[in-house]
Write a protein that binds this ligand. Structure first.
Ligand code: GLN
Length: 189
């Protein structure tokens, strides 16, 4: 098993620490030649979606990664990664991969709530620690998207086909179960 981690910007090293803890081999994806081998799963880390989106295009990573996702390689996306997958981004004209039928709002919790930590219910996992950093939330979802977590009125985690998208950062809490579930999906796929 080998997981590809997008490593052009943002919190990719925190994702790597989690995979090291779980003894899972990974490869950083920084340029086209990093895509020569096949991956069993893909991690899209948090960071700044606008910067990541721009770099994906400049580095010619956008289309190969889109192909991988459309071919149903399991994806775990956190925060900026969730934004990259969304079909629509509130107030923004050009979305990125558009592989999950949903609409997200960026920096959705306002300035005062820029970053916060809670524990909240997550489907089949019970209460999960959740750290939000200038996070998005999901305004609405389309056909086939299942909601994994909701805090108050806001949807904060979804599953669509083999894509898991989270508004929060389990890697910052060293919380392993969401990654474990993702890796299980990778080994079944
Ligand atoms: N605010 C960032 C964005 O809009 C996401 C923040 C994060 O990934 N922690 O892309």
């Amino acid at each position: 098993m080998k997981i590809g981690i997008l490593a052009v910007q943002g919190a990719f090293s925190e994702q790597e620490l989690i995979l090291e803890k779980l003894h899972v081999p990974f490869q950083e994806i920084r340029c086209e030649k990093d895509l020569q081998e096949d991956f069993d799963g893909l991690i899209l880390p948090g960071g700044e979606s606008t910067v990541q989106g721009k770099l994906l295009k400049e580095l010619n990573l956008f289309h190969p990664l889109l192909n991988m996702i459309q071919n149903d390689v399991p994806v775990l996306a956190t925060c900026a990664g969730m934004i990259l997958l969304s079909e629509k981004i509130d107030g923004q004209e050009s979305p990125y991969f558009k592989t999950i039928p949903m609409n997200v709002k960026r920096n959705a919790y306002g300035r005062q709530l820029g970053s916060f930590h809670i524990t909240s219910e997550y489907k089949n996992l019970g209460r999960v620690p959740m750290t939000f950093i200038r996070a998005p939330y999901v305004i609405n979802t389309g056909h086939g998207v299942s909601i994994l977590s909701q805090t108050g009125q806001q949807i904060t985690a979804v599953q669509y086909r083999r894509q898991t998208a989270l508004a929060f950062h389990p890697e910052l809490d060293k919380y392993l179960h969401i990654h474990r579930n993702f890796l299980e999906m990778c080994s079944r796929a």
